[in-house]
Design a binder for this molecule. Structure first.
Ligand code: EPU
Length: 346
């Protein structure tokens, strides 16, 4: 465990916002996590857990103690006739982990290639892309309760996954009192990868790739390559242009609300959901309000994907938040829809 004071966080948040952690604790092992938890008793300023830093907006120096999870390691934990179960330390880079599973001959995570962030953060957000969500491949995880010091295991049902949502995003005082926000430090995550692999190709961008290449039955590696290609074309590389991926969730509306919007804007991009609601493309709504390329200070709306806010260089968290609020207001005024941000503002 390494403890340091006044640590610059610019390279630890994918927005590249300049801020410092008053105290940063690097956690490399489960033992480190247990020691760090005991130390919290002498820490009235509170704590926050930092994974890959790809889903946060820093609005100033961070006074709570920052617990930076850097637990490494990946391994096959079991193999049956039906599936491989693979485990990774919370500090492993998500994309490197996906790449490694494929190189070992264990397909299943290819649609989730190139999502920035760490393995430990992946269940928090229930990351998803191109028709697959983390919950579809999740087996279980181990975490440390920062209040009690107990290590516990959760299965998928206990994680209460939803669209970009889980038990880790809800406060314990929530409606069911079961939230673990700010309380769980995820140590390692296990994935269940069935041997009866089936490609997931329903997404429009992937269908286009099939037509372009003439490959109608791609293997997992080909899907991985396509997903990487699509993401590189649409989404900015955080190493080049700071960003936190999609800034807002895609909202759902009732069929009546959707019909009302279609009557005014026939081109609105919408997808019926299995539960009868309709999902709208937030990127389209923001784009329709004319936000592409617009900026507040050095925070801007990405030219190629209106759902992504970027740091053109030197943006503050305040500028990002002001821009996000202005977007929310204009989408609300035009469509009557409240966009919900994905990243956590610290
Ligand atoms: N669109 C526009 N203008 C824009 C952006 C999008 O008209 O500026 C339209 C597109 O043409 C398309 C539709 O909106 O018809 C949806 O766009 P896209 O396929 O790019 O997907 P998305 O809904 O914007 C979601 C996820 C992404 C994920 C992709 C692929 C959310 C909030 N975002 O984006 O996840 O990679 O689908 O599955 O659900 C992330 O969460 O950080 C993320 C990148």
């Amino acid at each position: 465990m390494i403890v340091a004071q006044n640590v610059p966080l610019q390279s630890y948040n994918s927005f590249g916002i300049v801020a410092k952690a008053h105290t940063l604790v690097r956690i490399h092992t489960e033992a480190d996590a247990l020691v760090a938890q005991l130390d919290l008793k002498n820490c009235p300023e509170g704590r926050c857990v930092l994974g890959g830093g790809t889903n946060i907006v820093l609005t100033g120096d961070v006074k709570p103690r920052v617990l930076k999870v850097e637990i490494a390691g990946r391994q096959l934990v079991s193999e049956t006739e039906k599936a491989w179960t693979v485990e990774a330390g919370a500090g492993e880079d998500w994309h490197d982990f996906v790449t490694w599973t494929l190189s070992q001959g264990w397909p299943g995570l290819e649609n989730l290639a190139l999502i920035p962030g760490s393995v430990g953060a992946s269940p928090v957000q229930n990351i998803g892309a191109y028709g697959v969500e983390l919950q579809d491949r999740f087996e279980s995880l181990d975490a440390l309760d920062l209040d009690s010091g107990q290590i516990f295991t959760l299965n998928a049902a206990q994680c209460a996954f939803g669209y970009r949502d889980s038990v880790f995003k809800h406060a314990s005082s929530g409606p069911n009192g079961m939230g673990l926000a700010g309380r769980a430090l995820i140590l390692r995550v296990r994935f269940y990868l069935p041997k009866a692999w089936k490609p997931v190709l329903g997404y429009l961008d992937l269908e286009r790739k099939m037509t372009e290449t003439g490959i109608q039955q791609p293997n997992a590696q080909q899907i991985y390559d396509w997903v990487c290609d699509i993401r590189r074309q649409k989404l900015p590389d955080p190493k080049v242009l700071g960003n936190a991926g999609s800034f807002f969730k895609n909202p759902t509306v009732t069929p009546e609300q959707c019909a009302d919007i279609i009557a005014r804007d026939p081109k609105v991009v919408h997808y019926p959901m299995p539960d009868g609601t309709i999902k709208l493309a937030a990127g389209w709504l923001i784009d329709a309000c004319g936000w592409k390329g617009k900026s507040v200070g050095n925070a801007a709306v990405y030219e190629k994907q209106a759902l992504v806010l970027v740091n053109r260089g030197g943006a503050t968290g305040g500028e990002v938040v002001t821009l996000a609020k202005a977007i929310q207001t204009s989408v609300y005024e035009r469509f009557g829809i409240r966009l919900e941000p994905e990243p956590v503002v610290i």
